[in-house]
Write a protein that binds this ligand. Sequence first.
Ligand SMILES: [Zn+2]
Length: 505
Amino acid sequence: MAIQILCATFFGVEGVIVNVEIDISYGLPTFNIVGLGDVAVKESKERVRAAIINSGFEFPVGRITINLAPAALKKEGSHFDLPIAIGLLVATDQISVESMEGYLFMGELSLNGHLKRIKGALPIIIEGVKHGIHKYIIPEENIEECSIVKNAEVYPLETLTQVVNYLKYKDMMPHKVNKEFKSIVNELDFSEVIGQEATKRALEVAAAGNHNILLHGAPGSGKTMLAQRIISILPELTYEESLEVTKIYSVSEGVGKTGLINTRPFRNPHHTITSIALIGGGRNPSPGEVSYAHNGVLFLDEILEFNKTCLQVLRQPLEEKEVKLSRVSGTIKYPANFMLVGALNPCPCGYFGTNVKSCKCSDYEVKKYASRLSGPILDRIDIFSSVNPISYEEINKRAYGESSEDIRFRVNKARKLQRERFKGEGISCNSQMKEKHLREYCQLNDKSNRVLELAFKKFSLSTRAYSRILKVARTIADLNEKAKIDEKDIIEALQYRKFIDESII
Ligand SMILES: [Zn+2]
């Protein structure tokens, strides 16, 4: 009779339960793995054989067939090593069947039997819990990301021998670990930034309504420094959001972060990035920067230097909040709900409209430069803010600004208002409002209506600009805890539509 061991794999960022079936029959010694495994799965044979022998166990002789069910699903990764090894030990009576019932196994084996870190442990456990599986044997190195899943008992172990000993004498190794989730606040703080009150306010509005924002200003004026601190005023990551983010990092390798992510991600890719690295994909599909920025911020510094296709492919995730990659085996989805923060110089020489140096560019050059930022990106920016280098007097005063904690307090209040407003609407913040929401929640009184009308006619605004202004004005009113948008909110929102060349767009 074939032995069945529970394991799982992942597709995109979702786990899929896999049954590892082991059958040993009489015949010439062979060892086959069937069930659409990739190269890493096929090579599992050699690792498992060596690990079993080097751990002092007996490797069975006969026709060994391993089936990974469901067979139609493509499986990748090396985490099937451990369940295969355990299955072989059960099949040869070196472990009893009862001892491993109810456990899900995952882990890569080294040739001497050590358990090594695997990709995708978190989505596997999340999926397993949904299927009523509560006990997990995992490599010690995966413990950080796995220890916060509710209703899961996680047993981190280091070697195959330890796993076997644990299964035999369960009372000897109480390794159950469960941690409380705690969100960590970014260390950078707005109080460290001198001056720049206007931009700080713009960032506060952006954070409060989850609006995409573009900062423009001379080189060295502090655009990057300000952008990096936006994380510190965004609401703290919730448990569910943290799981979503950690899942993405869990299925990828080499992105500089492992373990539990409990702070909002801030991704800052260089402008030489390829569109695949930005969006995700590749032969062995993996998430891109837009997904690593999920529930956080994607900061594109020198945004005009990015490859044109890169900016174009951003359209889909900006609109749909996820990336869809079509593959033969199905469509892979990676979440990509991020706030876009862009930064650029105001003109080719960098000094247009500043008092640091005089700008060497002609009017035509300035207009042409600004117009390069057209299309997909410009259409999705709600707030534009000009960052000016601070004056000597300001530096000399050394007056520190408001702390991020104080700003975040207001942001949180505004977010709470939005959540209550949009309950049951399928959206959670002002930036996501559609036409029908605008009609319902952004009604203007006579005065505010007149101000907007004047601006609309004077600057010949587009309908798109009109709805952006309403959305941002709604956020400003929320920050001021006002039920109705008044003319001051409209005027402030209009300020945030002022583009580099002073036009209102
Ligand atoms: Zn210039």
